[in-house]
Design a protein around this ligand. Structure first.
Ligand code: GAP
Length: 505
């Protein structure tokens, strides 16, 4: 499905609404509807279970959004959490200068992929993609062009060389997507943190920031958590919570928002052992994505071209969104940067006594950080499909189906009496519904013909539909219909709960 269809499906079926829509909306801010909040909560709980519950050496935390302003000085966000900004003088539109260049690279990549697809068609089963990439002059040319631009952009970003980013935009003849003009301002730095004022203190003293990442709440609590839980290094602290960034380019729906949610885990390790755990978490997090139902071919690692101010290694897990491969999760080796900085600015020791080494040190940190909203978009865009299936009379019909992993599907089961106006059926169906509802989110639906009810459930991703019919009244069995295979099975009511619950893990 294309991106527009995904966005309209989200609205039509109560997954996502534009914030303050009746006032024409607020750019890059979204609300989650009744099905959206279930899907989002399920993603969060899937993450929490696999990170906290399944790891004896990872514990949870929930810290405040507001933190002492010195936190953000220490973390480097006041001085270095900037994006390079550029304005087009004709359209008056504002862009992230690096994104303009990245979009240009993506266009070249699109051309390269087109060449590969054409060759695949031409050579059929004999096609050797690796060889073609290495030898076809046009493909090699595209690849070299992409690499050269990415490297130059990476260096300019790392060095904060704004002049060179502008030069790159001019050399590549990048035009404003709105006006088509190449009449650009200089590139300037723009700090992404939102700020507000503490009630009783005026001026700079009372300036508060809305946290741009949840990680700092973990760092400043490192010793509180370690001491109260008696964890030994290596151990992790996990947190899910809101973060805020005044993004310059806020587009692509919930991919880049100004208010969003992160699921982060900081893993504290001995200095010198960080690369071992960096590799461990790269692999573990990729497996998590597979386990939530994301196909391997839609995921890839992408090493950072330019490292953030705190990292000595960093990789993204990218997902093939409807607008191309983009960052879904980051895995960063953050060294001892954050803890050392907080130690210095607060004057408090943030060290760990390692009983095996018999020494104190500031631990190193490997972080995994995934946007909950991006994971939502990845899961939904991967799952939403249009299919041709046989209808009740055996004719071909089209259905829109959301093939989400059952563990994250908003509604797990729908109970449907075959007919609405037969009291004995609705009563039996209500009894089944009452039995299931304490265990997982179940819906009761008796409106419209059964086929239409199935379609409604398909569209929101309900993996199991249970139909109560006249045989139910005789033998206490119901029909369970599987969303993906459309297979239908007769099953005893007393086995329903265990059957469905067993498939939700
Ligand atoms: N603590 C590290 C950190 O915040 P990041 O790469 O800036 O690293 C981590 O962000 C993740 O948060 C990203 O991979 C992305 O999934 C999500 N994220 C970042 N900015 C976002 C935004 N404006 N809207 C939605 N998700 C965002």
């Amino acid at each position: 499905m294309d991106f527009k269809q995904i966005i309209s499906h989200c609205k039509e079926y109560g997954f996502i609404f534009q914030s303050s829509e009746i006032y024409d909306g607020l750019s890059a801010v979204y609300d989650y509807g009744p099905n959206g909040v279930e899907l989002k909560n399920n993603i969060k709980s899937f993450w929490w279970k696999s990170m906290v519950q399944m790891h004896q050496n990872i514990v949870g935390l929930d810290t405040a959004i507001f933190m002492h302003p010195k936190t953000w000085k220490a973390s480097g966000h006041v001085d270095a959490f900037n994006d390079p900004l550029i304005d087009n003088k004709d359209s008056k539109k504002r862009y992230r200068a690096d994104v303009l260049v990245e979009d240009y690279i993506a266009k070249v990549e699109g051309k390269l992929n087109k060449e590969i697809k054409k060759a695949q068609k031409r050579f059929g089963d004999d096609f050797d993609e690796a060889q073609y990439r290495a030898t076809n002059s046009r493909v090699v040319g595209y690849q070299e062009k992409m690499d050269t631009i990415a490297e130059r952009l990476g260096t300019a970003m790392t060095d904060g060389n704004l002049e060179d980013i502008k030069a790159l935009i001019e050399e590549l003849e990048i035009a404003c997507p709105v006006s088509g003009s190449k009449n650009w301002t200089d590139v300037r730095q723009f700090n992404l943190m939102f700020n507000t004022q503490l009630g009783n203190i005026a001026g700079e003293e009372g300036k508060l920031y809305l946290r741009p990442e949840t990680a700092q709440g973990i760092f400043v609590n490192f010793l509180n958590v370690q001491k109260s839980t008696r964890q030994k290094i290596p151990f992790g602290i996990a947190q899910i919570g809101k973060a805020f960034r005044n993004e310059i380019v806020a587009r692509q729906f919930i991919f880049r928002m100004r208010e969003f949610e992160q699921m982060e885990m900081q893993f504290f390790v001995r200095p010198g052992e960080e690369m071992k755990y960096y590799e461990y978490w790269k692999e573990t997090r990729m497996k998590w994505h597979h386990s939530i139902g994301t196909p391997a071919e839609k995921l890839r690692f992408h090493d950072h071209d330019n490292l953030a101010h705190y990292a000595n290694a960093a990789v993204d897990i990218q997902f093939d969104f409807p607008f191309g491969f983009k960052e879904l999760e980051g895995i960063h080796s953050r060294t001892d940067f954050d803890l050392s900085q907080h130690q210095e600015l607060s004057g408090r020791k943030l060290q760990y006594f390692d009983p095996e080494l018999n020494e104190n040190y500031v631990p190193y940190v490997v972080e995994t950080s995934i946007g909950c909203d991006r994971m939502f978009l990845a899961a939904l865009s991967n799952a939403l499909q249009e299919e041709t299936v046989p209808d009740a009379k055996g004719n071909e019909s089209t259905r829109t189906v959301l093939k989400l992993h059952p563990a994250i599907a908003p509604v797990k089961c729908a109970v449907l009496p075959l007919l609405k106006n037969k009291e004995e059926l609705t009563k039996a169906a209500t009894d089944v519904y009452d039995q299931l509802k304490p265990h997982f989110l179940t819906q009761y639906d008796d409106k419209d013909a059964i086929g239409r009810r199935y379609r409604r459930q398909d569209a929101i991703g309900t993996p199991y539909c249970v139909t109560v019919d006249f045989d139910t009244l005789e033998d206490n069995t119901v029909t369970i219909r599987y969303r993906d295979s459309l297979k239908q099975e007769r099953i005893r009511i007393e086995d329903l709960k265990a059957t469905i619950a067993g498939k939700l893990i």
